[in-house]
Each structure stands twice: as structure tokens, then as C-alpha cells.
Design a protein. Structure first.
Lengths: 255, 304
């Protein structure tokens, strides 16, 4: 009955861009839903690094639990240095993922490494009807091997942003896609906070159902530390780790 | 060994208690272990009315620890009694942690909680560094501390009262003696040390409130020193806490004089840590030939 498992590293591989790392761990007996996440705390954190780190569950099958992350700080640096056989404490699956009832269409909007949150939609068990994915990215597309993997299962398009003009063009494309989706459509988004805000605003403006996965810093991942709270539309502060990370755009305050 | 711990009016199966503010209302951790195996559960600080707490960011990771400034966000005592408490296993004693802004409010909260049979003890939070009024205000002034302690003890009608002390004082033993003289049944210490983390790039504090409370292994030596000093200054039992992660840590606190311990930030290192400690402490005590806590507690060889 312990949802915290001791896993071992099967593979830890930097991609063509060494800042993007794919980590595979021995598979825990979980049945995660798309948008749910896992907290990872490798033994090499010792006591020096306190918290585990939250990651979207990219894949989980008999080969292992896979997460894909970008090296951004002390925690991800140590995770990137793991070797096969190293021990990692993993607790999950955590949080409330994407709510995807209905016949679609579904517009998946991914920014950067946020793409990993959509990984499970590329598996038969969680395949979405009428899905299309738009991927905004800053690094060259080759830096994201997961994009190629997902593009085999979901119709995908990618747009790179390296200049402010690119970002404006991407925003316009987001706006166009959201407006074209139609009243039955649902937008699912995971990416950096400015992108989430843009997508939420567009969904609200055009009356399109939208869900965003928040990237708040987390301490515990289980609702106890109250360090990751988001403010709801009614002004209540709720833990992103248990009430989210995926929220309906109408449920949050975007002030 | 028999790991039972006898505190005045409160018997624990073992000395391991998850600390307030790090274990939610207990239920959050039911996925990670058997709640009924814990010595007791100290729930998140409760106030008369719900509180939304402080703005974000509220937490920052620091070497061997963390800073927090949550500001006592909680569901309020009514929701706790109706929607949380009934779902906690009856075999585990529940300690309610109380936060209020006046002695009168503390008394009212104590009355409500003490009249609930499932509440085994009250822990008075006079040491929160992250709220503007109340909190550590009461814990830094012996007169105010005594007023709050008396008010809670009187309203508690026999339910044991634990006073949780702040380390952010000149002499913690003076505060300990003040609480004892005012009728506290026990003491718990220490709460977090006030600290700060800043970002040289944004030139801003890493917490929205500027300062916060430091916890985790980084503060253990300070906590040991304070538990050691306090247990030699008062007659009432002391529950030790501050950076406990391992079974060795637990025995260190008992060695310097603690009767039981609270485990806080360790639950953020791993949500099943506190459950594992129950077994690890018993095993380590066996290994060291400790047959009863009385034979070990406070037996530190003093420096002459």
C-alpha cells in the first residue's frame, strides 16, 4: 500500500542537446493517467537537496517508467548524472490529470519540455479521438526526440521560437487554432507559464473549453507542504499537486 | 523492546510523531504507510476560521533544508472536525495544533478541540515566524506566553497541553520555564529558525514575505542544543524536533533528554520516511541494547 517505490535506473540518456535528458526507471505497479506526475528523489540527493522533483509521466510500460526533463538546476543536474543501477525514490502517480471525455476534437498545445505531459496520449490505452498537437520550442526540433516519437501516433506540427517575432507568430497561430476548434473542442496545454496564460486567455475569450497543466514549484507533491498553491477563480488557494497540476482554465484566477 | 512512550495523559506506541505543518491532516499520507502505526499525528495548525495563508512563492530549498512561509493556511477548526478527523484511524492519537491571535481566541479554539474525544492533546503554536500577529509574538514574551498557556490549559479541561517553543529567542530555557509555570503539560521544540534566501539576479527575496522558517537537517545541531538545555531546566516532558530524518537522529534527541520526537521536513524528502522510522528506531534501539526508553533518555555524558 506504499505509493512510494524504490526504483532503479535502467537508462539515463542525454539527447542530441545534452540539456534534454530521457530517464528510464524500473517500472512501478502504477496505472497513471495522462497529465499525472511523479516525484523523483535519487539517492544522490543525500540530505543536501531536500525535495523530490516533479515530472510528467511520459511513458509507463513493461520497459519502465520514463520521464523527459530539461536540466535547469541542482536537482535536474544530479538526476542527469544518474547511471544504470542507481536508486531513485519515486512516488506517484500524483495529481489530477487531463479530463478527456467526449469525442473531441482535442487540440494539444505543448511548449518546450511540457510536451512530455502528453506522452501517454500516444499510447493505445489513452489515444484521443480527433487529436492534433502543436509544439512550440526554442531549441532545434532535433533536441526533442520525444517529438518524433509522438508524431508517429498523433498529428503533430512544430513551430520554433528564437525571436520576439517568432513568439508573436506562435501566439497568432495559437489564437487561430483555438478559434477554429469549434464548440465541441477541448484545448489541453502544458508549457511555460507565459504560454499557459496566453492559452487560458484565448480559451476564455473565445468560449473554448481549456485545461492547463501548471508548473508551480513543489515541495512534497502530496498536498502537505502548501508550497505550490494556485489561486482559484473564487480566490481560494489550492495545492497544485493534488487539485492539479491540470486545471480547467475557468477554475483559476488569471489576475 | 517495548517502544511505548508514556507522556502525562498521553500514551504513544512509539516516540515517532509527524510534526504539524508537514503532514497535512494525516490523510494525505495514507497512501504511503499505515497511519495507525505512528506514535501520534500532529495535524496542520488550526485556527477558528479558515485561513488562505501567505502569497507565493512560499517555499525555497536551501542546503540540507528549506525555508517556508506558508502563513498557517488551514481549513479552520469546523471543517477539520467534520471532514478530516472522522477519517483518521481511531488507533492513533491525534494532536491538534492551535493558532490564534489572542489569548481569548486560543481559549475558544482549545475548548472546541478539547471537547472532541478524538483529540488526545493540544499543541499551542506560539512560535510561527510567518504570521503578522499572534504566532511567535506570544512565544517571544514570557508574560504573553504565560497568558496564552493559562488560557489554553484552563479551556482544555484536562486534555494535555503541549506548548511549542520558538528558537528565535535569546534564552529558550526562560520561555520553557515560563510555560511550565503557567501549567503546560509538556513542551515541544523547536519550531523553525527565522531565515532568508535571496536571488542575486532578480535582487529579490526568494520568499514573498522576505523571511521564512528554516527547517530540515541543517537545523538539527541547534535543535539538539536547545532540547538538551530545556530538558535540564524544566520537570515536564519535552518532545524534540528539528531536522530529524534517520533513526540515529531520533535516538540523539532522546539521548539529550527528549521523551518523544516530531518528524517534519523528512516527510518532504520522502512521504514514507516517518513510517519507516517506526521500524528503524525499534531496530536501532535493539541493536544498541536499549530495553526501555527510561534507561537511555537523557543519559548523555555531560562535559565537566
Amino acid at each position: 500500500m506504499n505509493a512510494c517505490a524504490e526504483l532503479t535506473v535502467v537508462a539515463c540518456q542525454p539527447g542530441p542537446d545534452p540539456s534534454i535528458v530521457q530517464l528510464t526507471l524500473s517500472p512501478p505497479p502504477w496505472a497513471p493517467k495522462p497529465g499525472q506526475f511523479v516525484m523523483l528523489r535519487p539517492a544522490n540527493f543525500g540530505q543536501e537537496l531536500t525535495w523530490g522533483r516533479p515530472f510528467s509521466i511520459y511513458q509507463l510500460d513493461s520497459r519502465g517508467l520514463q520521464v523527459v526533463f530539461q536540466v535547469v538546476g541542482r536537482g535536474t543536474q544530479r538526476l542527469a548524472g544518474l547511471r544504470p543501477g542507481d536508486e531513485v525514490a519515486a512516488w506517484g502517480p500524483l495529481g489530477r490529470g487531463f479530463q478527456t471525455k467526449g469525442s473531441g476534437p482535442f487540440l494539444l498545445l505543448a511548449g518546450g519540455i511540457g510536451l512530455a505531459a502528453f506522452g501517454l496520449f500516444a499510447t493505445p490505452a489513452h489515444a484521443l479521438p480527433q487529436a492534433q498537437l502543436l509544439f512550440g520550442h526554442r531549441l532545434p526540433l532535433e533536441a526533442y526526440p520525444l517529438y518524433q516519437e509522438m508524431a508517429q501516433k498523433i498529428p503533430c506540427e512544430a513551430m520554433r521560437q528564437t525571436t520576439p517575432q517568432d513568439i508573436a507568430a506562435f501566439s497568432q497561430e495559437l489564437s487561430r487554432r483555438i478559434q477554429d476548434l469549434g464548440p465541441q473542442g477541448t484545448v489541453l496545454c502544458c508549457g511555460p507559464t507565459p504560454m499557459l496564460r496566453t492559452v487560458a486567455r484565448l480559451c476564455l475569450e473565445h468560449g473554448v473549453a481549456g485545461q492547463v497543466s501548471l508548473e508551480n514549484r513543489m515541495g512534497c507533491g502530496v498536498g502537505a507542504c502548501l508550497g505550490c498553491v494556485a489561486t482559484t477563480a473564487s480566490g481560494e488557494r489550492v495545492q497544485t499537486c493534488v487539485h492539479g497540476p491540470v486545471f480547467d482554465v475557468r477554475a483559476l484566477s488569471w489576475e | 523492546m517495548d517502544t511505548t512512550v508514556h507522556l502525562p495523559g498521553l500514551t504513544l506506541k512509539n516516540p515517532i510523531i509527524p510534526a504539524s505543518g508537514t503532514f497535512g491532516y494525516g490523510l494525505e499520507f495514507a497512501r504511503f504507510g499505515d497511519l495507525s502505526r505512528l506514535g501520534a499525528i500532529c495535524v496542520k495548525g488550526l485556527s477558528l476560521k479558515p485561513r488562505e495563508g501567505n502569497p507565493m512563492p512560499r517555499i525555497a530549498e536551501t542546503p540540507c533544508g528549506m525555508l517556508n512561509s506558508i502563513g498557517l493556511q488551514n481549513v479552520g477548526v469546523e471543517v477539520f472536525l467534520q471532514k478530516k478527523l472522522p477519517f483518521l484511524p481511531p488507533e492513533v492519537p491525534i494532536i491538534a495544533n492551535l493558532y490564534a491571535q489572542s489569548a481569548e481566541e486560543f481559549a475558544e479554539l482549545a475548548r472546541i478541540l478539547a471537547s472532541e474525544p478524538r483529540i488526545a492533546a493540544l499543541e499551542v503554536n506560539v512560535s510561527c515566524p510567518n504570521v503578522r500577529s499572534g504566532g511567535v509574538q506570544f512565544g517571544q514574551d514570557p508574560t504573553a506566553l504565560q497568558a496564552v498557556t493559562r488560557a489554553v490549559v484552563s479551556a482544555a479541561q484536562g486534555t494535555p497541553v503541549i506548548v511549542k517553543l520558538s528558537p528565535n529567542v535569546t534564552d529558550i530555557t526562560a520561555m520553557a520555564r515560563a510555560a511550565e509555570a503557567a501549567g503546560a503539560t509538556m513542551l515541544s521544540l523547536m519550531n523553525t529558525l527565522t531565515g532568508m534566501a535571496v536571488d542575486i539576479r532578480t535582487r529579490r527575496p526568494r520568499l514573498a514575505t522576505g523571511t521564512g522558517g528554516l527547517s530540515g537537517p541543517a537545523i538539527k545541531p541547534v535543535a539538539l542544543r536547545m532540547v538538551h538545555a530545556v530538558t535540564r531546566s524544566v520537570q515536564i516532558p519535552v518532545i524534540g524536533m528539528g531536522g530529524i530524518v534517520s533513526a540515529e537522529d531520533v535516538l540523539e534527541f532522546i539521548l539529550v533528554g527528549a521523551t518523544a520526537v516530531q518528524v517534519g521536513t523528512a516527510s518532504f524528502l520522502r512521504p514514507d520516511r516517518v513510517f519507516a522510522l517506526v521500524d528503524e528506531v525499534a531496530a536501532l534501539a535493539e541493536e544498541l541494547g536499549i530495553h526501555a526508553w527510561e534507561d537511555f533518555r537523557g543519559t548523555l555524558q555531560e562535559v565537566v
